[in-house]
Design a protein around this ligand. Structure first.
Ligand code: SAH
Ligand code: SF4
Ligand code: F3S
Length: 477
């Protein structure tokens, strides 16, 4: 999953539009006259944002409206992220702030959901006494009864991970949505065990959601006027579902096709693709349908094969570059490619870091999420490898990666000048209400004069200017 947020070790080179698109997300007001009010704040990746929508749906059924004002809430939930140390620190800081609010409003219940739940349940409930409720990513159906326990004066916790739970039947309440674009979870958990990563521990085993329920959800979104869905999973290419009687088997390329066929006016995106699993079949399916966006988030993490091996990524540099060549061969230069990179992983040498820089030179990514390595307790790397690259070195290498990537982001954007792009309007531009903001097929933000256009319109925009993170243009009438 990409778009991790609120992370101080993530040096931000995004435009305001991109930053806003993946900021901490809070609930909207639902105001249907229910007795109690829920406020959720979501940290981390899109998966967490999508889960908060499932939680809101479960809590709505249990008698909670949502509110965008924390001070109005009876129940405050933080949907947390553990991916890097700073992400956890941010949540702890927020919990301390909420303690002050709770003193003024003693009836307010504070709960921690998501990826920090399993790791920190003991500390949060007992030692730090900061929260009333701790609930892991697979236990959200249990929330109403856990709230009852809290109401009767106990602390409540359920961090059990499941091999089956996909929340397939739950109709999410769209909190993070602009009414144009929505997330649809297609799988949960991860079986990959990359040595740096906590996700397999916080979210458990990989499981794929019923293909029919995914298509049904996407179809309902179209009926409600949505124009874009993003299919979400930690590793969408390993999506694999079969019906109970075994007669139906669906892989990711087939699922993608079924969703694309719902309507030619529905744009389909997906994230994240794992380099070891992305198949030519997926690439040909993308090519076959105009409404599948030509954009692939293909995290490399490093450009050096020894480091990739230590990371347990299960591919090497040659394999990764072959997959990039396949994308270029099948989908052409226009297909957007982005990556995640980690600087200063255990024992990474200067030459190995140079390999990451040369990989960026080869691929010329449109965009990258870049981090320095942050050791996570319990992971394979924390148990077996020394976190021995000094912080200063990690930061310097990260800055070199960022500088190089900014160079290519600009070059890739300059390639778009003078071309007409089909843009789906998502919002007003942050800078001016006379300008609209949307994304093109390649996931690039495009800003242009509003004229008579509105949210949800597809507009053909002639791009005449760009910065590192944004394209600027005029509608072609
Ligand atoms: N499933 C996705 C990644 C999810 S985590 C994939 O396999 O590509 C999002 C990103 O956070 C990762 O791609 C990685 O670049 C970064 N990340 C994960 N663990 C990290 C750690 N311990 N330190 C620094 N960055 C990390
Ligand atoms: Fe983490 Fe690797 Fe799974 Fe991605 S594929 S979530 S990096 S273990
Ligand atoms: Fe996502 Fe953070 Fe969990 S990146 S899967 S919310 S650890």
């Amino acid at each position: 999953m990409h778009a991790p947020i609120l992370d101080l070790d993530f040096i931000d080179n995004r435009t305001p539009e991109q930053a806003a698109a993946c900021d901490t997300k809070v609930t909207v007001d639902s105001n249907t006259g229910r007795q109690r009010k829920l406020y959720i704040e979501s940290y981390g990746c899109q998966m967490n944002f999508s889960d908060s929508e499932i939680v809101s749906s479960i809590m709505f059924e249990a008698g909670f409206d949502t509110t965008s004002e924390v001070t109005d809430a009876d129940l405050v939930l933080l949907n947390t992220c553990s991916i890097r140390e700073k992400a956890e620190q941010t949540v702890r800081h927020r919990l301390t702030q909420l303690q002050h609010l709770k003193k003024k409003k003693p009836g307010m219940v504070v709960g921690v959901l998501g990826c920090m739940a399993e790791r920190l349940k003991k500390n949060l409930l007992e030692e730090e006494k900061m929260v009333d409720l701790v609930v892991g990513p697979d236990a959200y159906r249990d929330l109403p009864s856990l709230i009852n326990e809290v109401d009767s004066g106990q602390k409540a916790v359920n961090v059990l991970l499941s091999r089956e739970e996909t929340y397939a039947d739950i109709n999410p309440i769209r909190l993070n949505s602009n009414g144009v674009s929505a997330f649809v979870s297609i799988m949960r958990g991860c079986d990959n065990m990359c040595s740096f990563c906590v996700v397999p521990f916080t979210r458990g085993r990989e499981r794929s959601r019923d293909a029919h329920s995914i298509v049904r959800e996407a179809r309902e979104l179209v009926n409600q006027g949505y124009k874009e869905v993003t299919l979400l999973g930690q590793n969408v290419d390993s999506y694999k579902w079969q019906s109970e009687d075994g007669t139906e088997r669906v892989n990711f390329a087939q699922l993608l096709e079924s969703v694309a066929l719902i309507s030619p006016d529905l744009r389909v995106r997906f994230s994240t693709s794992h380099p070891k699993d992305i198949t030519d079949e997926v690439l040909y399916t993308m090519k076959k349908y105009d409404n599948i966006c030509k954009y692939i988030h293909l995290p490399a993490q490093s450009g050096n094969s020894r480091v990739l091996d230590l990371m347990n990524r299960t591919y090497d540099r040659t394999w990764y570059l072959e997959r990039v060549d396949a994308i270029r061969r099948i989908l052409g230069q226009e297909c957007g490619i982005s990556t995640d990179m980690i600087a200063g992983f255990c024992s990474e040498t200067e030459e190995e870091h140079q390999d990451t820089l040369s990989l960026i030179d080869y691929v010329q990514y449109d965009y990258a999420y870049m981090f320095f390595y942050s050791e996570r307790p319990g992971t394979l790397a924390a148990r077996k490898l020394a976190d021995d690259v000094p912080l200063e070195t990690k930061k310097r290498r990260l800055q070199e990666i960022i500088d190089k990537q900014r160079h290519y982001s600009l070059i890739r954007n300059q390639m778009d000048l003078g071309k007409v792009h089909r843009v789906l309007v998502e919002n007003f531009s942050k800078r001016s209400d006379d300008m609209l903001s949307g994304r093109n097929d390649q996931n690039k933000v495009v800003i242009f004069p509003k004229m008579h256009f509105k949210k949800g319109d597809y507009v053909n925009v002639l791009v005449h200017d760009c910065s590192v993170g944004t394209l600027f243009g005029e509608p072609v009438l």
